[in-house]
Design a protein around this ligand. Structure first.
Ligand code: O2Y
Ligand code: MN
Length: 603
């Protein structure tokens, strides 16, 4: 096929990769429905994809991955900066020259017997001043069809790129060349120790080898939109964050835009699509995972969702927890590592419906309640199984979600999962304290981590630990710098903890749609409608301002949910100091100031 571009840098790069990887053929992708259908047809034919029942799940397909290839692999994810100290203590650093030698050997001939797809994509609405162009080269048709949904793949991207425009080169292979006559595996990939997900921040380049799954292979998402973009953002004065974006509109029609960062398993997608229980208030989704934010001409911070779809965790997605996510994958969806039911639909654990039987993610016949030889229940879907859904199918998608200028952010929300210590909601006194809150967001260790003897808190600054493409101390400094740029137009900062429990392990807060009550209090604060109580840790709701009407929460439980135990807070602060010590002299002085001030207030 003739290349549909005259961009010299792009043509040279594609020719160079073709020469190194030696595919059978090169196909330039156009993102069309025709291309999608053709690739799906080929994958059904080869046995990689299963076409779902057209009546139950129109235009949808299921895939099962290799058991070694089921999630992002942080231990195989690298920042290859010239100097090790530029990667910092939260990243795996590797020498770019050495790594390129190792990977060039692996890449040589790696696409033998396969097609090399060139995928032009835009992160952000095509042509938006906040969008950026990437070109992914991949030998995986599964990657191509997922990129159709998750990014914007179109000939228009090449038009915007023009002859001289810049793009982020993203090279991906499943790392499984085919000899003549060799039968392909159902999910080709390389063994774990040969998988590499590498970022070269000084060259704005991504090389991924050996995995076909999710964040390791759909390179627009975590690799580009977070790791590479976070590094670009600090040099260019903007922010690339692991945040959902939503619009919350009050009964008078006033809109508030909220960006929120939570570690995984804290309900980010659920909050992004929340169904408000506050009469007259409505939530509309802009994004569920990533926000790119830039100061606008009026001095406020504007956000876009660089993605075009949701790559959501399937287990736990149910009518009761997130009906909007479920509706988003009602058709035109891709499912990975779920159960395919006997009647050709999909199922996963905690979907809220029964499954009579089907085929599990290992391609084995499966029935609910089946046990293995040791009496353990066999799960049908992998815990990290996923749906890839088009954002456009989300019933509560914000009509302005593709506004090229973005939406003005009023509120930042940070959070973690804490059974004690942290109250349901508190507000930072100012942006700098907000940065401290985001930078010290923490969760209790999981049972597995406790088994490993790791009993301290898990800190996950801004939920970005695996995604900061440079030194985390410099990243925190960038947050303070953005605060200075934005001045009094900076978003107000809040910290929530939906997960506080009683001593006997009962949840104190119902969560889900009821979280809208907490969001409303934040909006009332921003509008100046309500005052707050000053406490050592920040500003908290006055009695009655956060309405509990209709909720079955006793006065004692409410007091417990909002309790600030200064002793416990001091322990968290000392854990934070210990964690932040590893940033050495890159720890911003302002972080130390914040910790000293908090300690003084705690008395
Ligand atoms: O396991 C993967 O490859 C996907 S990870 C992921 C996917 C969607 C949204 N967020 C994440 C994450 O790890 O934060
Ligand atoms: Mn995420």
């Amino acid at each position: 096929m003739n290349a549909p571009t005259k961009n010299k840098n792009l043509l040279n790069w594609v020719a160079e990769i073709e020469a190194m990887c030696t595919p059978n053929q090169v196909v330039w992708c156009d993102g069309s429905a025709k291309e999608y259908d053709r690739l799906m047809g080929e994958m059904v034919e080869s046995g990689m994809a299963i076409k779902l029942n057209e009546e139950k799940r129109p235009n949808s397909y299921a895939f099962n991955s290799d058991p070694s290839d089921v999630a992002r692999i942080e231990s195989r994810t690298y920042i290859a900066s010239v100097k090790e100290e530029d990667a910092g203590p939260t990243n795996n650093w590797t020498d770019p020259v050495e790594l390129k030698k190792t990977l060039t050997k692996l890449y040589t001939g790696c696409m033998k017997g396969r097609t090399m797809y060139v995928i032009p994509f835009s992160m952000g609405p095509i042509g938006s001043p906040m969008a950026k162009i990437g070109i992914e080269i991949s030998d995986s048709p599964y990657v191509v069809v997922n990129m159709h949904i998750m990014a914007r793949v179109s000939p228009k991207v090449l038009e915007v790129l023009g002859d001289e425009g810049e793009f982020i080169p993203c090279l991906h292979t499943v790392g499984s060349p085919l000899e003549p006559g060799q039968k392909d595996s159902r999910w080709p990939c390389a063994p774990i120790e040969e998988k590499y997900i590498v970022h070269f921040p000084e060259e704005n380049l991504i090389w991924s080898y050996g995995s076909g799954y999710g964040g390791n292979a759909l390179l627009g998402k975590k690799c580009f939109a977070l790791r590479i973009a976070s590094n670009m953002a600090r040099h260019e004065g903007w922010m690339a964050e692991h945040m959902l974006i939503l619009r919350f509109t009050n009964p008078e029609g006033k809109q508030f835009h909220i960006a929120a960062a939570f570690p995984s398993a804290c309900g980010k997608t659920n909050l992004a699509m929340l169904q408000s229980t506050v009469p007259g208030w409505k939530v509309e989704t802009i994004g569920d995972d990533i926000a790119w934010m830039k100061p606008g001409e009026d001095g406020r911070l504007y956000a876009i969702n660089p993605e075009a779809g949701f790559f959501g965790v399937a287990p736990g997605t149910a009518k009761s927890s997130n009906p909007m996510a479920l509706a988003s994958c009602r058709k035109d969806a891709i499912f990975t590592n779920v159960v395919v039911t006997d009647d050709g639909d999909v199922w996963w654990e905690d979907m809220g419906v029964e499954c009579k039987g089907g085929t599990d993610w290992h391609n084995n016949p499966w029935k609910s309640g089946m046990k293995d030889g040791e009496g353990n229940t066999i799960k049908g879907a992998h815990p990290n199984s996923r749906f890839t859904a088009r954002a456009a199918l989300c019933p509560v998608l914000c009509p302005d979600w593709e506004d090229p200028a973005g939406v003005p952010i009023d509120i930042f929300v940070f959070g973690g999962k804490r059974a004690n210590t942290i109250p349901l909601i508190h507000e930072a006194f100012n942006f700098e304290q907000g940065v401290y809150m985001g930078a010290t967001a923490s969760s209790e260790p999981t049972a597995a981590a406790l088994d490993l003897g790791n009993v301290s808190l898990r800190f996950d600054p801004f939920a970005m630990t695996p995604f900061i493409g440079y030194h985390a101390g410099d990243y925190m400094q960038h947050w303070f710098d953005m605060g200075e740029t934005l001045g009094d137009k900076a978003p107000r900062c809040f910290y929530v903890n939906w997960f506080r429990k009683t001593d006997d392990g009962k949840w104190l807060w119902p969560g889900y749609g009821e979280n809208s009550r907490v969001l409303k209090w934040m909006c009332d604060r921003v509008e100046g409608k309500v005052d707050a109580v000053e406490t050592p840790i920040g500003l908290m709701p006055k009695d009655g301002d956060l309405t509990l009407d209709g909720l079955d929460i006793s006065a004692e439980d409410w007091a417990e949910l909002m309790k600030v135990d200064t002793h416990l807070f001091k322990t968290t602060l000392s854990n934070a100091r210990e964690y932040l010590a590893k940033f050495g002299d890159k720890l911003p002085a302002k972080m130390v100031e914040q910790m000293d001030a908090l300690e003084a207030r705690l008395g």
